[in-house]
Structure formats: C-alpha cells, structure tokens
Design a binder for this molecule. Structure first.
Ligand code: APR
Length: 237
C-alpha cells in the first residue's frame, strides 16, 4: 500500500514549536505580511532575519516527538509490504528527519537552508543569517535569505508531490488546518482519484468535510495509534 502523508505545524506542536493559526499561534502574535513575504524581506531584511533566526534556534532546541517517530517507523516498514510512504510536509523544521524519516518533501522549504539571491545557490545553514552574511558560493554579501517559501511564492517539489498523489492508495493529513493551498487541496485531489482519505488533527480542519474518516486528538497519541493499526493489518497478497 502506497500512503501519501501530508503534515503541518500540528505534528510539531508537542515538540514545543508553535503552530500558526491556533489560539496564541505565530500569526496571532506576528503579522505574516511583515515577516513572511518577499516584499517584507526587501523592505526590512533585518526584521525578517531576526524572526527566522529565532525560529531556527527554536527548532535546534526542539526534539522529535512520538508522532514523528511513528511516521518514520511506518516509512521503514512499508517497503517490506510492497508499499511506500510519501512524506510531504509544510513544516520547515527537520523533526521528521531527526526522527529517522528520509526523502522528506519540504514544500515550504527548510529553516536549515539559506539561499543566495545573487547566484541562486542554496546552502545548508544553522547559523544566524543577516544582511552582512556572504554567500559561500559567490561571496557576495547582502543577498542571503532563509530558503523557505513565503506567502506569494511558489511551493517547492510540486511535480514530485503530484506524482506521489498519483501513486497513492491512501491519503492522510496530519496536523494541518487545511487553509493554505495547494496543500489544502490535496485531499480533494485524492478523493477525485477515488482513494480513501483520513484526517488526523487536534480538531476538525477547514477541509474536515472532505475526508472519509478522521481521528482527533494530540498527534503524539493519534499518530502512533494510526500507524500501529496500519501495521497490524494483514499484508496484502
Ligand atoms: N496534535 C495534532 N494537531 C494539532 C496539535 C497537536 N498537538 N496542535 C495543533 N494541531 C492542529 C490544529 O488544530 C491546526 O488544525 O494543527 C493545525 C495547525 O494549523 P496551522 O497553524 O494553520 O498550521 P499549518 O496548517 O501547518 O499551516 C500551513 O501556513 O503560514 C503557513 O507556511 C505556513 O506551512 C504553514 C502553512
């Protein structure tokens, strides 16, 4: 069985990383128009750098939780059953990888990468970024930005995601509010293909009505329970 899993900020909430739209979430405390758009970066790069430097340090201090580990376990177990887990995340943290997952598709980029606006090179990056930061490839300073996707920019790996959806026998969304497209539209795309869809979230998302089934509760409880149930199913012949 090929399973397409889409994760959002909710899967990292119990690792101490804030979500965006819950009460007290990032966008209730900060204005995304001033921090997460190319225009904001052009107008006030220092403030945008400070915001992402803070988030980068927060991810360094966080640890994967039982939900991340359960997905890594599922990804490792599926090939022996003739299947595959396509793990697509909207998150810019690396908690899936640190839990042992591989080939994670970061459609909104990664907090631990930086990109040069002068030469376009993308680099692994764990240090703070600033307007004086020079690109290791071209040496120019002043053009390094977090290699994440801001509002108004095109998400990454869309072809790979479409291929993953086309090959899926099951679509599962975990910890996402279902308000940001194109990710929020993947469940409808899966339904049009006639495959089962399952939502795992703390509460019904904006697209809850599109899903066939759902499990609501903290991801550290609901995701391991779902993975155990999948792995307990008899292996398809
Ligand atoms: N367990 C499971 N789900 C949770 C938990 C938890 N412990 N805590 C919160 N959630 C759920 C919330 O109910 C909510 O539906 O996670 C979801 C988080 O929604 P958002 O904060 O909107 O995050 P997300 O859906 O990932 O946002 C998508 O928006 O701002 C952009 O680029 C940003 O990737 C992000 C995108």
């Amino acid at each position: 069985m090929n399973i397409f899993v889409l994760t959002g900020a909710g899967i990292s909430a119990e690792s101490g990383l804030g979500t965006f739209r819950d009460r007290g979430g990032l966008w209730s405390r900060f204005d995304p128009a001033r921090l997460a758009t190319p225009e904001a970066f052009a107008e006030d790069p220092d403030t945008v750098h400070a915001f992402y430097n803070l988030r980068r340090r927060g991810v360094c201090d966080a640890a994967p939780n039982a939900a991340h580990r359960a997905l890594a376990r599922l990804q490792a177990a599926l090939p022996a059953r003739g299947g595959r887990l396509f793990l697509c995340t909207q998150n810019i943290d690396d908690l899936h990888e640190r839990a042992g997952a591989s080939d994670v598709v970061h459609m909104h980029g990664e907090i631990f990468r930086a990109r040069c606006l002068s030469c376009g090179a993308s680099h692994p990056w764990r240090a703070n970024l600033g307007v004086a930061t020079a690109c290791p490839a071209c040496g120019r300073a002043g053009g390094m930005r977090p290699d994440v996707v801001w509002f108004g920019e095109v998400p990454l790996h869309l072809d790979a995601i479409d291929a993953g959806l086309a090959a899926a026998d099951l679509f599962v969304a975990i910890g996402t509010s279902g308000v940001v497209y194109p990710a929020a539209g993947y469940v409808a795309q899966a339904r049009r293909r006639g495959i089962p869809t399952h939502e795992i979230n703390l509460a019904p998302s904006d697209t809850a009505h599109v899903f066939d089934t759902a499990a609501y509760g903290p991801a550290t409880e609901t995701v391991p329970a779902w993975v155990e149930a999948v792995l307990a199913r008899p292996r398809s012949p």
